[in-house]
Design a protein around this ligand. Structure first.
Ligand code: ZN
Length: 338
């Protein structure tokens, strides 16, 4: 049963099935998301959990560097960008809110912890907390905002290692995400990669009563085609999220634009287009580097992938499904406690 979000009046819920997403400026109806990039980064700091923090950059410098890239995609029709940088890796809600106000784009940020890369982005407090206490940290961000900013997360972002079995620490992260999902209705997007950890996470989530439709398999392009199909049939979101035209310039690189277009075509032929998400995993401002270092923009989907899909017979309606409807469905709150 769908439970009315507290911020919607009951009448509107009964008369309209419109759902809610939570942007850095507050909740909006999902139908207002428009064309959406589901996995991008605006600022990332790989310094590690011990040393990362807002003291490492000047917000105004980052705003100045990032803004033109957001204006560029706004002109291409993008209305929403989902910022996937987790806590302790450069997540800064106030930066995102300022960028949203300045550019008019809807931006979403996240709660959750990033366990991949040998736990170097996990804070030391992680090891002292039980699963329930860890979930409580994330639920508190949902209810009260992140670090006093008033900005609430629009999804749960976690990360696990690519190994064939999840470590105890990563099982703890997935379990905490499950508890947080059940309290908040936020979708769980997990940096995953290969098939086996994807299915292992889906199995753990099921033990908490969570359907695969509340799980986004991030970096699913690193999984097999068969794995993508199987997970999508179970209801999971298949995030093909490193669309990058530069790869076409590297002979032998498997992740070319044509490669992505072919995989999306197979998903369509299997009747699974409504489970596919696409993005660039691009950006970003890097603290400590001159003028934020290299910044990859967010245009290859529009300049390269969409033409490649049209060559393969995709209609406007199907492209809208990929860029509008699927992100709305994936990131809408499923259930909200009152
Ligand atoms: Zn990413």
């Amino acid at each position: 049963m769908f439970i009315c979000p507290v911020l919607f009046i009951l009448v509107s819920c009964q008369s309209s099935p419109d759902l809610t997403v939570i942007t850095v400026k507050g909740p909006i109806p999902a139908s207002r998301m428009g064309i959406t990039l589901v996995h991008e980064h605006l600022l990332v700091d790989f310094a590690g959990a011990d040393s990362a923090g807002v003291h490492r950059w000047e917000r105004e410098d980052a705003v100045e560097r990032i803004t033109p890239f957001l204006n560029e995609i706004r002109e291409l029709g993008v209305r929403t960008l989902i910022e996937c940088t987790p806590a302790y890796l450069g997540r800064e809600p106030l930066l995102l809110r300022e960028l949203s106000e300045k550019t008019g784009l809807h931006l979403l940020t996240n709660t959750g912890y990033y366990g991949a890369h040998d736990n170097r982005y996990l804070p030391s407090s992680f090891y002292q907390l039980s699963v329930r206490e860890l979930a409580a940290v994330w639920i508190d961000e949902f209810n009260n905002g992140i670090n006093g900013s008033g900005v609430r997360p629009g999804f749960i972002k976690i990360a696990v290692g690519p190994q064939d079995s999840l470590s105890a620490d990563h099982q703890k992260i997935v379990s905490a995400a499950a508890l947080a999902h059940n309290q908040t209705g936020l979708v769980i997007a997990s940096h995953t990669g290969p098939d086996i950890p994807a299915f292992e996470q889906m199995r753990i989530l099921k033990t908490y009563g969570i359907r695969p439709s509340s799980f986004i398999w991030v970096h699913a392009q690193r999984g097999t085609l068969e794995g993508n199909i199987k997970a999508a049939r179970e209801g999971a979101w298949i995030s093909l999220d490193n669309i990058n035209g530069e790869r076409d310039l590297k002979p032998g690189d498997p992740f070319s634009i044509g490669w992505y277009a072919d995989r999306i075509l197979v998903m369509k032929e299997k009747g699974l287009l409504e489970k596919v998400l696409v993005s660039h995993d691009a950006g970003w401002y890097t603290p400590g580097e001159e003028n934020g270092g290299e910044f990859r923009g967010f245009t290859d989907i529009f300049k390269l992938l969409i033409p490649a899909l049209k060559e393969r017979g995709f209609t406007e309606k199907e492209i809208n499904q990929l860029l509008k409807k699927n992100p709305q469905n994936a990131f809408s709150l499923r259930k909200v406690t009152s």
